[in-house]
Design a protein around this ligand. Structure first.
Ligand SMILES: Cc1cc2nc3c(=O)[nH]c(=O)nc-3n(C[C@H](O)[C@H](O)[C@H](O)COP(=O)(O)OP(=O)(O)OC[C@H]3O[C@@H](n4cnc5c(N)ncnc54)[C@H](O)[C@@H]3O)c2cc1C
Length: 452
């Protein structure tokens, strides 16, 4: 019997239960469908990364990955008939758009669409309260998530490859040329690069993860958000290694994987969270509109706000398609609470540039910072961009790395260049606003909303 394995967010061979389910049922045709709807929505950095990741996967499969362009509900039934496949295997897509697409494919296929596993340790929707609902708060979710547990990893990539009896699906459509935007450097893509990165983390920065993960100057985090987004590594592989290390640091890292599952679970239960605030916290008329909003967004996206930590983060995003988590929180707070721009605008810019850009993680983290999420940072907690810099980039190295106009300012003075003579950084903008005044305006709007 022949079946298709339709790769989507599982661009790996190892620890891939859906691929193993296909292999167990007979010969397998591995296919990736380049869906024009997803392709056009992705933004250049993610498109460029995807093409590299597909090339890496094709290399692992000895050039046997079949690429087809078109809408899955048209392409796949056609392919099923061409090779007389008896089933199509996938890892479940739990996000709202993916679920709708899969239902449409299922209707058109004529053979079963078999879902095995998902991109999460625990598939969204599985962990529920005693009343059968989804959790709204992280801490009890994490406890129930841990109690629920997860399977051990499926066979690794070498074992998986030896099990696969690959079918030749004919000539692939060409992968489109997809260069990253000028000035953006992509990390290595593919399963092997992901496993190497995880091995480096295990042998190095993991030991101090609990105390150093908030320091953007130290490169102390794993940068696995990118391979996790594309499924080049599965969280279960990570959790299995963490289980062998009993330390606060390993437990803290496991907690971050739990946040990833939590956000996917919240979106599973409330698909509207993609675009709509789960809790309204400000009056509608308190947001910047028109020219005011455009100017705010222009300075913020270019990293020219005059606040060094904010600008460093926004420029890291343009240079790497990635930003450190602490800095993501600071720049997001600055946009929403200092510039009074709706979180959805910032989320859109992040989705255009992040190579780990992922709907559940991006939208729910924006809602967390904006104070509009289910288990969010309280709205009245406004990040002070200067104090955050002094605390988490104590010697100013992160800022100097990303803001060349400030490179001649030594030490932590770099976080307040306006206190120095103008000649210290002549090309760097003055702060575009008074943080104290904007914070007060935000808190006043918050009180006004409560009064109404
Ligand atoms: C405004 C905003 C937008 C974000 N957008 C995204 C996004 O589009 N895609 C994305 O993957 N992450 C997003 N995050 C979460 C987080 O910033 C990144 O996952 C993290 O910076 C990735 O770096 P890392 O892999 O080195 O993390 P590590 O510190 O090494 O953490 C390990 C893994 O845990 C998970 N994780 C860590 N922090 C979070 C978190 N706050 N929420 C959910 N999972 C987390 C990630 O999968 C990460 O790879 C966003 C955070 C904020 C504040």
């Amino acid at each position: 019997m022949t079946s298709l394995h339709w790769f989507r967010r599982d661009l790996r061979l190892g620890d891939n239960p859906a691929l193993m389910a296909a292999a167990d049922s007979g010969a397998v045709l591995p296919v990736f469908v380049l869906d024009p709807a997803l392709w056009s929505a992705a933004g250049d950095p993610r498109r460029a990364y995807l093409v590299r990741s597909l090339r890496a996967l094709d290399g692992q499969l000895d050039g046997r990955l079949l690429i087809r362009r078109g809408r899955p509900r048209t392409v796949l039934p056609h392919l099923v008939r061409e090779v007389e496949a008896e089933a199509v295997h996938v890892a479940e897509d739990c996000a709202p758009a993916g679920r709708r697409r899969d239902e449409a494919v299922e209707d058109a296929l004529g053979v079963p669409l078999i879902r095995t596993g998902s991109p999460y340790a625990v598939t969204p929707g599985r962990v529920r309260t005693g009343g059968g609902e989804g959790y709204k708060v992280f801490t009890p979710f994490r406890r129930a998530w841990q109690d629920h547990g997860w399977h051990s990893p499926a066979p690794d990539h070498r074992a998986a490859l030896s099990k696969l009896d690959l079918v030749d699906g004919g000539r692939s459509d060409d992968l489109p040329d997809a260069d990253p935007p000028e000035g953006l450097t992509l990390p290595d893509a593919g399963e092997e690069a992901a496993l190497d990165r995880w091995a480096e983390m295990l042998d190095g920065p993991l030991a101090h993860y609990d105390t150093e993960r908030d320091r953007p100057d130290l490169d102390s985090t794993s940068r696995l958000s990118v391979p996790l987004k594309w499924g080049e590594i599965h969280p279960r592989t990570i959790l299995a290694d963490l289980a062998r290390r009993r330390s606060i640091a390993a437990d803290t890292f496991r907690g971050q994987i739990a946040w990833r599952d939590f956000h996917a679970d919240v979106l599973f239960h409330t698909p509207s969270a993609r675009d709509t605030s789960l809790t309204a916290v400000l009056p509608d008329d308190s947001w910047a509109e028109g020219a005011e909003e455009r100017e705010a967004l222009a300075a913020w996206t270019a990293g020219r706000t005059g606040f060094p930590l904010v600008d460093a983060g926004m420029r890291q995003l343009l240079a790497e398609g990635w930003m450190h988590n602490r800095v993501r929180m600071v720049v997001a707070s600055f946009l929403v609470k200092d510039l009074h721009v709706r979180w959805q605008r910032g989320a859109e810019h992040f989705m255009a540039w992040l190579i780990d850009g992922d709907v559940p993680q991006n939208q729910l983290n924006w809602q967390w910072v904006a104070g509009t999420g289910r288990d969010a940072s309280p709205y009245f907690r406004v990040f002070n961009p200067v104090r955050q810099g002094q605390k988490f980039d104590p010697d100013g190295q992160y800022v100097r790395r990303w803001v060349p106009e400030l490179r001649d300012i030594p030490g932590k003075a770099v976080h307040e260049p306006w206190k120095l003579p103008r000649s210290a950084a002549p090309d760097y903008p003055e702060p575009m606003l008074d943080h104290g005044a904007e914070r007060a305006a935000t808190l006043e709007a918050y009180q006004e909303h409560r009064r109404r």
